[in-house]
Design a binder for this molecule. Structure first.
Ligand SMILES: [Zn+2]
Length: 441
C-alpha cells in the first residue's frame, strides 16, 4: 500500500514533493519558480476580428462543412429541443444548423488498415449501406472525391495518380470515412458570443451549461457507436486538445475519439491498482484531497480536486455515481458531472492551453473505476532536467492551483454563469463520496 506521507509533503525550504499514486510520476514544486496567474488578458498578438457570417475562419467552421469527411451525425436545436440527426445526405448539410458535428478525422492515428489487416475488420452493414448511399448521390460522390484528393495530395501522391482514381479506388480509399475509428466532435462556434478580437475563441467554458451537457452526451454517443460498429474495440480514448501548445491543429473547439484494441498503459495501470485496492479512488484521490484541502468544487454527482503528482497543473473531476462508464450514467448524473467539468473550463478561461482526458472502466474489464476527467493546463514545458532525472518541475503547487480557481468560481457563480455546485469550504467532503466501489460489475 502506498504511503500517504510519501505522496505529498513540504520540505523545510518550501519545496513541495509529490508522487502520483497511479503513475509513480515524481513532481517537485520549487519555491520562487514563479507561477502565472490565470488571466483572460488578450495576448499582444490578438487583432480585431473581421466578422463573417456564417463563420469562416478554419476548416472546422460552419461555412466549410464540405472541407471535412462526410458527417456521421449532428446535434441540432429546434424550438428549444435538442435532436441528433445521423448519416445525413450531403445535399441536406446546410438545411439545419449543427450545434455539434461528429466527423471522421482526415488522418487517423489508428488507421482502418490497422483494423482490417490485424483483425479482419469489415465495415458494419449499416456503415456499408451509408457509404453506398453517399457515393450513389452526385453531391455525395463529389464531396468524397474532393476530400479524398486533398488527403492523398497531403500524403504526397502525385497529381497523375489522383487524376486516375477509378470509382472502385474511391470506394476503397474512402472506407475510413465511413467505418474508421478516429473521430472528432466539432462545436459550432469558432469565436465566442460577442467576440471582438482574435483571442475571443470559444472554449469549452464559453459554452452554456446546457450546451456543454449536450457536447458530452453527443461525445458519449460517438463512443458507444464506435464500440458497436467494431467488435475488436477494447477502449476508446477520448481527449480534447485546446489551443496549439496543447497539440490542437485548429483554434476551434473539438474533442477527439480514437478506438483502440487495447486499454493503453495508463488505463492498464489504473485497472491493476483498482483490482488490488477497490477503494483507491476514494482513499488516494478524494479522501486525501479532502484531508489536504484540495477539493475545490462539488455537487451531488461529482467532485473536483486539484490533483497531485502531474507534470502539468491538473484539475480532476470524479463521478460519484455507482454507474461506472460514461454511457451508464443517468441523465441527472451526467448533467451534474458535466456542470463541474464546464465550471473548471469556465474558471480557467479560454486563454489557457489544456488537454482534457477521459478515464473510465473499459467495456471488457470487470474492475470498478469511477469515470473521471483530468484537465491538464499546458502552462509549462518539461525540459532537459526532467528528461534526465524523471523528476518533473511543476511550477504550480496543487494548493496554488486551487487558490487560482476558487476566486474565479465564486465570480462566475455570483454572475449567474455557473450554477449547481458548492465551492471550496462549502463542499461537504464526505469520506468515500465516490460510490463506484458499490457497482455490481
Ligand atoms: Zn473555425
Amino acid at each position: 500500500m502506498f504511503r500517504l506521507s510519501r505522496m505529498y509533503y513540504t520540505m523545510p525550504d518550501g519545496t513541495i514533493k509529490q508522487l502520483n499514486p497511479f503513475t509513480g510520476t515524481e513532481v517537485w514544486t520549487v519555491p520562487g519558480r514563479g507561477r502565472k496567474p490565470i488571466t483572460n488578458k488578450p495576448p499582444a498578438t490578438a487583432t480585431r476580428i473581421d466578422h463573417r457570417r456564417p463563420e469562416d475562419y478554419c476548416n472546422f467552421c460552419e461555412s466549410r462543412l464540405l472541407n471535412v469527411p462526410p458527417e456521421k451525425a449532428r446535434v441540432v436545436k429546434t424550438d428549444g429541443e435538442w435532436k441528433v440527426l445521423s448519416q445525413l445526405d450531403t445535399a441536406d448539410y446546410f438545411e439545419t444548423a449543427p450545434e455539434f458535428r461528429r466527423v471522421p478525422n482526415l488522418f487517423e492515428i489508428v488507421t482502418l488498415d490497422y483494423w482490417k489487416l490485424n483483425h479482419g475488420y469489415k465495415l458494419s452493414e449499416r456503415n456499408r449501406r451509408w457509404q453506398e448511399r453517399i457515393l450513389a448521390s452526385e453531391q455525395g460522390a463529389e464531396h468524397v472525391r474532393r476530400v479524398l484528393e486533398l488527403k492523398l495530395r497531403l500524403s504526397g501522391r502525385s497529381e497523375e495518380e489522383i487524376a486516375n482514381l477509378t470509382d472502385d479506388d474511391i470506394r476503397e480509399l474512402s472506407e475510413p470515412f465511413f467505418g474508421g475509428g478516429h473521430e472528432l466532435i466539432i462545436a459550432r462556434r469558432h469565436y465566442r458570443e460577442n467576440a471582438e478580437i482574435t483571442s475571443d475563441l470559444c472554449s469549452s467554458g464559453c459554452l452554456s451549461p446546457e450546451e456543454h451537457y449536450q457536447y458530452l452526451k453527443f461525445t458519449i454517443d460517438a463512443l458507444t457507436d464506435l464500440q458497436q460498429n467494431n467488435r475488436y474495440v477494447r477502449y476508446v480514448s477520448v481527449f480534447q486538445n485546446w489551443l496549439a501548445p496543447a497539440g490542437a491543429s485548429f483554434d476551434h473547439l473539438h474533442t477527439q475519439l480514437v478506438a483502440l484494441d487495447e486499454w493503453g498503459a495508463s488505463v492498464e495501470g489504473e485497472v491493476e491498482l483498482a483490482e488490488k485496492d477497490p477503494n483507491i479512488y476514494n482513499e488516494l484521490i478524494v479522501n486525501f484531497a479532502a484531508y489536504s484541502n484540495l477539493i475545490f468544487a462539488e455537487n451531488e454527482h461529482a467532485v473536483a480536486v486539484a490533483e497531485i503528482g502531474h507534470r502539468y497543473p491538473t484539475l480532476g473531476v470524479y463521478s460519484k455515481s455507482v454507474n461506472l462508464r460514461p454511457w451508464e450514467l443517468t441523465h441527472e448524473e451526467l448533467y451534474g458531472f458535466s456542470r463541474l467539468v464546464h465550471a473548471c473550463h469556465a474558471a480557467m478561461g479560454n486563454q489557457v492551453a489544456c488537454n482534457e482526458e477521459w478515464y473510465y472502466a473499459p467495456r471488457d474489464a470487470l474492475v470498478r473505476i469511477p469515470w473521471h476527467i483530468l484537465i491538464k493546463l499546458r502552462t509549462n514545458n518539461p525540459a532537459g532536467f526532467e528528461g534526465g532525472t524523471k523528476i518533473y518541475i511543476n511550477p504550480v503547487a496543487p494548493t496554488d492551483l486551487r487558490d487560482m480557481i476558487v476566486p474565479r468560481l465564486y465570480e462566475l457563480r455570483d454572475s449567474g454563469y455557473i450554477r449547481g455546485l458548492k465551492i471550496a469550504e462549502e463542499c461537504p467532503c464526505e469520506p468515500n463520496s465516490l460510490k463506484y466501489y458499490l457497482a455490481t460489475a
